[in-house]
Design a protein around this ligand. Structure first.
Ligand code: CP
Ligand code: NVA
Length: 302
């Protein structure tokens, strides 16, 4: 329909990502961008959220707009209304939609049927706003030239998929470190390898060697609760603890999209220690989401 959406990192080019990072940097420096016309953001959420929900609502408020939060269980989606019909209706009342949905197909369906921009706030396959804010954090703290990002744990997660796409698009090397029983999602690693370098290893020492950024996420994502026991067993050797951190560069930073489980995917001394940048990372979500909304709603910014 000619409306620019962000359902996947693949929806935006390298130049567009650089533009979003540039707007983010201006906002971060205190040049708060304002949108004209008091725009309205709808947040349609099927899963829980602390950071993404709050930071998107705060971001829209800071841009001079307002937001409406819709817990999907209290909408007619819970009684079988189609996502496509929901998209058409929300487009009548609001200027932009952010959605956190179980199925990635549903976000593409939402975007196809909406006449306003749609932003993916996490699906089973992607977490693009997280990846954009994380690459902003990495750029700010480490620069992007010649660095290595090591992602440890569930190398087939939504976070891993979006992170490897954004990193390779910007020329950053990625190593995925996880058990040999788990493979990265085929279509994501194939796309990422067309753009840049992605190594995969089950050897945590080798995988973290020379890394500038160590990144992990939960071992059991939302929607995978029935596999919890199996997954915790499968990933047990991939907790980022002090020993794991010692394999990376001395000045490496530790990142986690949060929520975190201390003693599971990361030890308390690492996430609460000096190398951890998780609070800066969480803060930057609001900055970068402001930039994403601004970029999508203000054509002159592109
Ligand atoms: N990182 C992240 O998406 O956190 P929430 O689930 O709290 O939104
Ligand atoms: N992979 C996690 C990310 C949470 C922000 C999940 O989907 O639950």
């Amino acid at each position: 329909m000619g409306v620019k959406s962000l359902t996947s990192i693949s929806d935006i080019s390298k130049v567009e990502i650089e533009k979003i990072l540039q707007i983010s940097s201006q906002i971060d420096k205190g040049r708060n961008q304002k949108l004209r016309g008091d725009p309205l953001l709808a947040l349609l959420f099927e899963k829980p959220s602390t950071r993404t929900r709050t930071s998107f609502q705060a971001a829209m408020h800071r841009l001079g707009g307002a937001s409406i939060y819709l817990d999907s269980t209290t909408t007619q989606i819970s009684r079988g209304e189609l996502i496509s019909d929901t998209a058409k209706v929300l487009s009548l009342y609001t200027d932009i939609i952010t959605a956190r949905l179980f199925s990635h197909n549903d976000i593409t369906d939402l975007a196809r049927n909406a006449s306003v921009p749609v932003i993916n706030a996490l699906t089973d396959l992607e977490h693009p706003c997280q990846a954009l804010s994380d690459i902003y954090t990495i750029k700010k703290l480490k620069g992007l030239d010649g660095i290595k990002v090591a992602y440890v744990g569930d190398i087939a997660s939504n976070t891993a998929n979006s992170l490897m796409l954004v990193c390779t698009k910007l020329g950053v090397d990625v190593t995925l470190v996880g058990p040999s029983t788990v493979s990265p999602k085929n279509e994501y690693i194939t796309s990422a390898r067309k753009q840049g370098n992605v190594d995969v290893t089950s050897d945590i020492r080798k995988g973290l060697a020379g890394a500038d950024v160590i990144y992990t996420d939960v071992f059991v994502s939302m929607g995978e609760e029935s596999e919890k026991k199996k997954r915790l067993r499968e990933f047990k050797d991939y907790e980022v603890d002090r020993k794991a951190m010692s394999y990376a560069k001395k000045d490496a930073i530790f990142m986690h999209c949060l929520p975190a489980h201390r003693g599971v995917e990361v030890s308390a001394d690492v996430i609460d220690g000096k190398q951890s940048v998780v609070w800066e990372q969480a803060r930057n979500k609001m900055i970068v989401e402001q930039a994403i909304i601004y970029f999508l709603l203000n054509k002159d910014s592109r």
